[in-house]
Design a protein around this ligand. Structure first.
Ligand SMILES: [Zn+2]
Length: 68
């Protein structure tokens, strides 16, 4: 049975939005530039492969929010 490769966000494997990377208990996470969800960041500095975040899971970017 083939599982369709749906839901992988286009931002998978891209660097997270600058200024959003946080380290918590040795685990880095950052905001995906495509779907604005927060995901694990690999030691190579890119966002792990993930499904696009639901609207409720999206984070605000540190800059450019609300017309700032
Ligand atoms: Zn994403």
């Amino acid at each position: 049975m083939t599982i369709p490769d749906l839901g992988h966000c286009a931002g998978s494997g891209a660097p997270p939005v600058e200024g959003t990377v946080k380290e918590d208990a040795g685990e880095k996470s950052g905001v995906c530039p495509a779907c604005s969800g927060r995901f694990e960041v690999h030691h190579t500095g890119v966002v792990s492969v993930h499904d696009a975040a639901e609207v409720d899971d999206r984070e605000r970017w540190p800059e450019g929010r609300d017309g700032q």
